[in-house]
Design a protein around this ligand. Structure first.
Ligand code: SAH
Length: 395
């Protein structure tokens, strides 16, 4: 095999031996000359034993392991992994129906493909590379997506301008690797959402809140709902369908509010129950009257993008939740989330607990939420669990 190798320090083989897909740079004793970011590299123990093969990276993670078997990373590798991801989705009931045509096909480490994210929206796959290695394989992966999808996927949009390591200087451009622009409408549980993957956030839509939105729908009848950080208005549409008496959507981005309004329009027409506001969340919560809402959703962007920002992030969650506790009507329900990977479930819960104490409200946990099954967590890589939610009853 012609791949270059990297040898770990003595004792550092325990992590790959437990199938953790990241090799940290501090574990590396030496590497073959000429290894470049994005190259395929074989990782060896200090005694020369093969441990794994993966993509080489510059930074604190030196290798993202693709396979713990000594094999070629070739077309058949990509076909095998993507087919397994696809079959897993079908096996748990996530196929397309006339009411539903989107799911996440690849969730990085959770699908044994570290550095790769793929979402299916109708006939388009939106693909994001988070490593130079995945970027270099983009054409091959795109073709495999078409091949394994049983005719579903005709277009592959590549969106890695902002996800690739900034220093890698790949000059990746967003655009179609295969096919062309189509009418981008996703159907989720019978609701329609226009998806703007080219200009929108992430891959264009937050598929990861699908099941949590369904839960919200159950609590919506007769309630006055505030959907804070609404983006495309996902929670708002479910609240409307669930029979909320009023739904207010708030986002600081005017583009997000346009998307929300157009999604409400296409599902409910001119329904006077809905109003959307372009405003900062903290300002909106400060000026709103106490008791205006009895169902509030707080789904902010990741406050901690990395560990160094953890302390400020926890303060941010505490401040935000305290404002909601202060203002929610007695008997109200708060759906509160954190999608920061660096914040653990316990830390988030503690921040929300502190906010409840600060506000002097009596708070009980009704549900503890997480990411759905098409965002699986590899049991050997607990870092893959990122979405945390609490549904709270506030007296
Ligand atoms: N709940 C959404 C996803 C939220 S993404 C869904 O289900 O699809 C986070 C959103 O927060 C983005 O749309 C972003 O524009 C918005 N945002 C970021 N900072 C904000 C702020 N300070 N106030 C209000 N909205 C903000």
């Amino acid at each position: 095999m012609s791949y270059k190798s990297m040898t770990l320090k003595k004792g550092k083989e325990s992590s790959p031996d437990r199938f953790h897909p990241w090799v940290f740079s501090g574990a590396v004793a030496r590497a073959d000359k000429g290894l470049e970011e994005g190259d395929i590299v074989r990782v060896l123990a200090s005694d020369g034993r093969f441990l794994g093969v993966g993509h080489c990276q510059i930074g604190s993670i030196a290798v993202r392991i693709l396979s713990f078997e000594d094999r070629l990373i070739d077309r058949s590798f990509w076909t095998e992994r993507l087919t397994a991801a696809y079959q897993m989705r079908l096996g748990i009931g996530l196929d397309y129906t006339d009411r539903h045509n989107c799911f996440r096909l690849v969730h990085g480490e959770g699908d044994f493909l570290p550095g790769l994210v793929v979402d299916f929206y109708g006939s388009t796959a939106v693909m994001q590379a988070h490593s130079v290695g995945m970027h270099l394989h983009r054409q091959e992966i795109a073709q495999c997506l078409v091949d394994i999808s049983e005719g579903k996927i005709k277009n592959v949009f590549y969106k890695s301008e902002t996800t690739l390591p900034y220093k890698a200087d790949t000059e990746a451009e967003n655009g179609y690797l295969i096919g062309e622009d189509t009418d981008a409408v996703a159907y989720e549980n019978g609701l329609q959402f226009a998806i703007d993957w080219a200009r929108g956030q992430k891959t264009g839509f937050f598929i990861d809140q699908r099941e949590n939105r369904m839960l919200l729908e159950r609590y919506a009848p007769g309630r006055k709902v505030l959907n804070m950080f609404c983006y495309t208005g996902g929670f708002s549409c479910y609240a409307m369908r669930g029979g909320a008496s009023l739904v207010h959507s708030v986002d600081s981005s005017a583009k997000a509010i346009d998307l929300t309004n157009s999604n409400i329009q296409s599902n409910f027409g001119d329904d006077a129950r809905h109003t959307a506001y372009v405003e900062d969340a903290f300002k909106f919560l400060d000026r709103m009257e106490r008791g205006s809402y009895d169902l509030i959703v707080l789904d902010p962007p990741a406050f901690a993008k990395h560990r160094a920002a953890l302390k400020n992030a926890l303060q941010g969650y505490k401040r935000l939740n305290a404002k909601a506790f202060e203002k929610i009507q007695p008997g109200g329900i708060l759906f509160t989330f954190s999608c920061s990977q660096a914040v653990s479930k316990e830390q988030f819960r503690l921040a929300v607990f502190s906010a409840a104490v600060m506000s002097g409200r009596k708070v009980r946990i009704l549900h503890q939420l997480t990411q759905p099954a098409d965002h699986p967590v590899n049991i050997c890589h607990p870092e893959g669990e990122y979405l945390k939610g609490l549904v709270l009853y506030v007296e």
